[in-house]
Ligand binder design. Structure first.
Ligand code: TYD
Ligand code: MG
Length: 454
């Protein structure tokens, strides 16, 4: 007779305990323990004993590793984010908000990939819905199987018949293993199902993609533990009101985490954006005040994007500061610098900032473009569309150097800009004769102001 066993799991870190506790001893969070029924049935459990027999210690010099073993996904952006293609036996988690395009992306990969038998398991949509989407993206793969199933035991049975070269699970939160009694989406289920997928991937060398939901506060639903278990965590993000989507690598055991892929959601699926500066160029028309172009680097790729500001007299008592695509706190800091160090009276003004294309930028090198667009709106004088900026602004109003400035200059030059404003301290070692673009080296905000509006 099996005995019902319950355990308590921390919602935050996945730690488990026999009894309820108020403060998690492993992550320190309060009130995060939930009770879940965990009934383990010895007969149905994966037979770990036989698995164990297959492993034995091996000398590191004898381990064979084939560098060319990466599998081409036939999608340049995804290959780039993964570090050069899929690694056999890797477990990849793709996270993102609902409706951002995770299912579309992976279905597209399933249909696009060459010479690869794919099993796409969906616990969220019906076969008809998936077929409709496949028709929308307009791709066909003769070896793409669709399975609508949530029980992992059933899924593994089908896997044993089909023997796919790539497994896609949409989503990990819908999976359910019958060795645990709690409902799908609970922490113990997610943990156990992910563990089963991990074992399957490692034992058979099949790459597995797991789609994961993101909670309201931006974390992957389920414990952090899921992120620890997988080899790679990719985050799919973007503003739903715009078409551009960024696929970022948050963790990657097989490559760099600074790479990213850029896509555009269109009526017929996701299009790869190989020239990111088009995000800016497609949106630019006339010469208005309040816009400045920043030469930024996203991942390892330079791109030029537009920052737009609107500065107006505060309509109500407290001036508003709002920004999309840029940290509001940092905007507040830059405005304080302008106010305190340079005497611009912005404390009584509303300031709105927007990064074109709905893209979020973390690169501090866009500071100078932000400040220039704010000043341009404040003075109501347009900045020449042939000017761009790449510098950080410090607390005392100094213009600071940024990394990989030459890449930024080269990109701006290539796109036909005539002037780029950089920090004087970035000049060292740059061969100015290489570029047609004029390089304006500055040390403080006043110099920028007089060059732009003086
Ligand atoms: P979906 O892949 O279902 O998102 P997720 O799996 O992350 O929840 O994407 C849904 C959105 O994408 C939906 O709002 C419709 C849009 N979309 C397009 O704009 N074009 C397309 O070709 C497809 C398939 C979806
Ligand atoms: Mg989906």
């Amino acid at each position: 007779m099996s005995k019902t066993k319950t355990l308590f799991f921390c919602r935050n870190c996945g730690a488990q305990s026999l009894k309820w506790i108020g403060k998690c001893p492993s992550c320190g969070e309060w009130n995060t323990y939930d009770e879940e029924i965990v009934e383990r049935d010895k007969d149905q459990k994966w037979n770990r004993q036989t698995e164990r027999k297959q492993s034995k210690p091996i000398l590191i010099k004898e381990i064979k590793y084939d560098q060319d073993s990466r599998i081409d996904t036939n999608n340049i952006e995804l290959n780039r984010v993964l570090g050069g293609g899929m690694v056999p036996g890797s477990l990849v988690l793709v996270g993102g908000e609902p409706g951002i395009g995770k299912s579309t992306l992976l279905l597209q990969i399933a249909l696009q990939i060459k010479n690869c038998k794919v099993l796409y398991v969906s616990g969220e949509e019906s076969e008809q819905q998936i077929k409709m989407r496949a028709e929308r993206v307009g791709l066909g793969n003769d070896e793409c199987y669709i399975l609508t199933e949530t029980s992992t035991q059933q899924i593994f049975q089908h896997i044993a018949e089909i023997i796919p070269d790539l497994l896609i699970i949409d989503s990990i939160q819908t999976l359910q293993t019958n060795i645990i009694d709690s409902s799908a989406g609970s922490i113990s289920q997610i943990k156990e199902c992910a563990a089963e997928m991990q074992r399957y991937a490692k034992l058979t060398g099949t790459p597995v993609f797991l789609i994961g939901h993101i909670t309201k506060d931006g974390n992957l639903a389920g414990p952090k533990l899921l992120e620890h278990m997988v080899d790679t965590v990719l985050q799919f993000e973007g503003d739903r009101n715009y078409g551009y989507r960024i696929l970022r690598s948050v963790k990657n055991r097989f490559g760099s985490t600074s790479e990213l892929g850029i896509y555009e959601m269109q009526g017929s699926g996701l299009r790869e954006v190989s020239n990111p500066s088009e995000i800016l160029l497609s949106q630019r028309d006339e010469n208005l005040s309040g816009t400045a172009i920043a030469a930024t680097i996203e991942g390892l790729r330079p791109m030029l994007i537009e920052t737009q500001s609107l500065v107006s007299s505060a309509a109500y008592g407290t001036p508003q500061r709002s920004s999309t695509g840029f940290e509001t706190k940092r905007l507040g800091m830059l405005l304080a610098v302008l106010e305190k160090r340079h005497g611009f009276r912005l404390g009584i003004k509303d300031v709105f900032l927007n990064i074109a294309g709905g893209i979020r930028v973390d690169d501090p090198a866009i500071d100078l473009a932000v400040i220039s667009s704010v000043l341009s709106s404040n003075e109501d004088i347009a900045i020449s569309p042939k000017d761009c900026f790449a510098a950080e602004v410090g607390l005392s109003g100094e213009i600071r150097p940024v990394n990989r400035v030459e890449q930024r200059i080269a990109e701006a030059d290539k796109l036909g800009f005539e002037r780029i404003f950089i920090s004087k301290y970035n000049l060292k070692g740059i061969d100015l004769s290489k570029y047609n673009i004029e390089i304006v080296a500055v040390t403080n905000v006043e110099q920028v102001f007089s060059k732009l509006f003086g």
